[in-house]
Design a protein around this ligand. Structure first.
Ligand SMILES: *Cc1c(COP(=O)(O)O)cnc(C)c1O
Length: 390
């Protein structure tokens, strides 16, 4: 994996640590400083040094992170926002009334909410389709469709869509394809190489990796698109601050190591749960019985750290199990070093009406795990004792 922008043929693990960062030429500081400054001295009126003028527009700590993320996704450029949803809003800000977006029907809840509750009122149109069905996506595209918005694997059912096929379809129809790569991370899946036009991240999750920062990003190759998105980002003001940029920059250095362990632990836990008598069904792309196991092997390097499973019992049983773990923390969010457990029906997905949830295949007894990087034996034992309460 290489990055043309950085003129380097270095591999992912090396880019993660070095891309966008060079020791300070004045004092040798190895780590990029946190540039706590709102403004910059100009050499003459309207002559900012190296383009830095005001920190809503650009800040050197943020620039380092943007270059780092671009190298990891194989992109020409990156733009960092104050959250994943701010990045999504940044994407939508360049649309005009009457424009149409086709998106998956199994999206992160906040993405659905931003589209339907915030942007539909400005005359934008949204159609939600099953993106595992290429024909259904093709039928949903219209002459005014501007984005095909994909998420894979999805949350919490861990369904996949065929990124290469769908992006080729979008290209043929003159539609920009966007992939939310939060769950897979660029270590496991690189949508731009599969034909996507843009990648979106909630950096809050695996890229930050330590549950200590909320941040988002857009990445791409087309410079004209970058200019439009950067214009709106600066005009609206949803940029990422220097301290938060620093925290994510620190997180990406260990992304490869963390992801390897997340995947290894998740694989062991999925296998263990699949053989458990109180478990009805396990959803993990690495399991042979996952409906898209083959696609997962094609477009992902490994299968990720998220595991969902259905108990034979109902939501009360799921609630008892999720309340009984001691190493897994009962909490929303995902992607940090620590393992988390949650019950989507009453937590992350409670805002979806029960009827809709069932139609989507989201059972009441579903439990979602964000498998961390603790010792796998401690995680298995913890689930084992908690499942006695099911
Ligand atoms: C968390 C998340 C988001 C939203 O990101 P924030 O940083 O919380 O704003 C978007 N997409 C996915 C898949 C997520 O998990």
């Amino acid at each position: 994996m290489s990055s043309a922008k950085h003129g380097s043929t270095h591999r992912f693990e090396t880019l993660a640590i070095h891309a966008g960062q060079t020791p300070d030429p004045q004092n040798g500081a190895v780590m990029t400083p946190v540039y706590f400054t709102s403004t910059y001295k100009q050499d003459a009126p309207a002559q900012p040094r190296q383009g830095y003028e005001y920190s809503r527009t650009t800040n050197p700590t943020r620039t380092a992170l943007e270059q780092n993320l671009a190298a990891l996704e194989g992109a020409h450029w990156g733009l960092c926002f104050s959250s994943g949803l701010a990045a999504l809003a940044g994407l939508v800000h360049r649309l005009k009334p009457g424009d149409h977006v086709v998106a998956g029907n199994d999206l992160y809840g906040g993405t659905y909410r931003l589209f339907v509750r915030c942007f539909a009122q400005y005359g934008l149109e949204f159609t939600f389709v099953d993106t595992t069905d290429v024909k259904a996506v093709e039928r949903a595209l219209r002459p005014n469709t501007k984005y095909l918005y994909l998420e894979t694997p999805t949350n919490p059912l861990l369904r996949l869509c065929d990124v290469a096929k769908l992006c080729a379809l979008a290209k043929k129809r003159g539609v920009l394809s966007v992939v939310d790569n939060t769950f897979a991370t660029p270590f496991l899946q690189q949508p731009l190489a599969l034909g996507a036009d843009l990648v979106l991240h909630s950096l809050t999750k695996y890229l930050g990796g330590h549950s200590d920062v909320v941040a988002g990003a857009l990445l791409g190759n087309d410079d004209k698109l970058r200019a439009e998105l950067a214009f709106h980002q600066n005009a609206v003001g949803g940029q990422l601050g220097p301290m938060d940029s620093f925290l994510v920059l620190r997180g990406t250095k260990t992304l490869a190591l963390r992801m390897e362990r997340h995947c290894e632990n998740a694989r062991a836990i999925a296998a263990h749960l699949a053989a458990h008598k109180k478990v009805a069904r396990v959803m993990y792309p690495g399991l042979k019985d996952h409906p898209q196991h083959r696609l997962a092997k094609q477009q992902m390097k490994d299968f990720g750290g998220m595991v969902s499973f259905e108990l034979k019992g109902d939501v009360a049983a799921a609630t008892r199990v999720a309340s009984a773990t001691q190493v897994f923390t009962l909490a929303e969010s995902l992607g940090g070093v620590e393992s988390l457990i949650e019950v989507p029906t009453v937590m992350t997905h409670a805002s979806i009406p029960a009827e809709e949830r069932r139609k989507a295949g989201l059972a009441d007894g579903l439990i979602r795990l964000s498998v961390g990087i603790e010792h796998v034996d401690d995680l298995v034992l913890d689930l084992e004792q908690a499942l006695k309460k099911a």
